[in-house]
Design a protein around this ligand. Structure first.
Ligand SMILES: *Cc1c(COP(=O)(O)O)cnc(C)c1O
Length: 385
């Protein structure tokens, strides 16, 4: 892994974001071009031939993200799901994946409804317990795919422990690190082999663009994924690359404030008489609080509360004024959602019951507004249940 010479906030602002050579422009330009003039036959300048293959704005973002996760290289894609798709394209028929049983809904949907048609098989286990991962490993297991913390139950997986189990069986580990961002959790440092993000969330941070990334720990992975960018074409546009570069400059300050506000909101909800249960890794009562302290540098701002019933959740969500009712997370504004009918509807009643997701659960992605205003909004919304 790259040695961290400079601090995280400095790298977020400067790595890949050096002033441009031609004019000294401090901000990375948006290279809005599909193609590049060649000096003579077979001599593209600086290697740029066509923007599906490479683009300077995209290159800069890839350099930046590799630095922040401590990887060798990064490859960006049109959305988080396009990154999941690219990961799947690294496999072949006959390969097997052990995956967490509470992943972002779109991931198992793609695994089961698209990849299964191509002869790749998946076993879903509760990765909280590394023994479950060990028991599910087969001779043809190529990857272990996990997400920690999970959505919306905020359960953690010990990345180092699962990585040791996978490596012993010759498999690689890929971690969806969307919820924590590299500011709070760096899976490669804990032994994982690749890191995936929906940059749509905390990395971009402003709810104004979609994107995805895979950060690599080996040049083989990086070369494989560069070929997939070129061959499949689900690349990130120069404009979206620029938006994320812009968002990332404030990643450190945003994450610090998300964490401060997250802790305050979790504490408030925990004491609130109308809230039956609060799930947040930063609370001492979270069953994996010790692992959270060990594995993460902060607890973030994703909180799930149980309001007791669908009716209560509905009433409360109709009443919020500052908090924005909607899907997604990780923006500067507080976003609030109802997993059972929104993000996790596709699981079905039985599937939700299996993972412990109730109809009364409400998920909050705490933003970086003045926290007193967030508390006041939640207080008046909870008052109606
Ligand atoms: C949103 C999300 C994705 C999918 O990303 P898109 O950018 O919406 O395609 C994948 N994983 C997690 C954890 C997410 O929150």
């Amino acid at each position: 892994m790259t040695t961290e010479r400079r601090g995280f906030a400095t790298r977020a602002i400067h790595d890949g974001q050096e002033p441009e050579a031609l004019t000294g422009a401090v901000v990375v330009p948006i290279y809005a071009t599909s193609t590049y003039q060649q000096d003579e036959l077979g001599k593209p300048r600086l290697g740029y031939e066509y923007s599906r293959v490479s683009n300077p704005t995209r290159d800069r973002l890839e350099t930046n993200l590799a630095s922040l996760e401590g990887g060798l290289a990064a490859r960006v894609f049109a959305s988080g799901m396009a990154a999941v798709t690219a990961f799947c394209q690294m496999m072949k028929a006959g390969d097997h994946v052990v995956a967490g049983d509470n992943l972002y809904g779109g991931t198992p949907r793609f695994f089961n409804q698209v990849m299964a048609k191509f002869g790749v098989t998946f076993t879903y286990v509760d990765t909280k317990n590394a023994e479950n991962v060990a028991a599910a490993m087969r001779g043809n297991t190529r990857y272990v795919f996990l997400e920690t913390p999970t959505n919306p139950l905020m359960q953690l997986t010990d990345i180092a422990e699962v990585s040791a189990v996978a490596h012993e069986k010759g498999a690689e580990v890929i971690v969806d690190n969307t919820f924590m961002s590299p500011y709070f959790q760096r899976p490669l440092e804990l032994g994982a082999d690749m890191v995936l993000h929906s940059t749509t969330k905390f990395l971009n941070g402003h709810s104004d663009g979609l994107g995805g990334v895979i950060v690599c720990s080996t040049m083989e992975q990086a070369a494989d994924l560069a070929f997939i960018q070129k061959a499949s074409g689900a690349i990130l546009s120069p404009f979206e690359s620029w938006l994320i570069l812009r968002g990332i400059k404030t990643l450190a300050v945003r994450m610090k404030q998300h964490d401060v506000n997250g802790r305050v909101v979790a504490g408030f909800l925990q004491k609130h008489p109308r809230v039956e249960k609060v799930i947040y890794p930063g609370l001492a009562e979270h069953p994996q609080h010790e692992l959270a302290k060990r594995q993460m540098r902060g607890f973030g701002s994703m909180i799930t509360m149980d309001t007791g019933s669908l009716e209560n959740a509905k009433r409360m969500l109709k009443q919020v004024k500052l908090c924005v009712l909607g899907e997604s997370l990780g923006g500067v504004e507080t976003l609030i959602s109802h997993p059972a009918t929104m993000t996790h509807a596709a699981l079905g009643e039985e599937g939700r019951a299996k993972i412990g997701l109730t109809d009364g659960m409400v998920r909050v992605s705490v933003g970086i507004e003045d926290v007193d205003d967030i508390l006041a909004d939640l207080e008046q919304a909870l008052a109606v249940i």
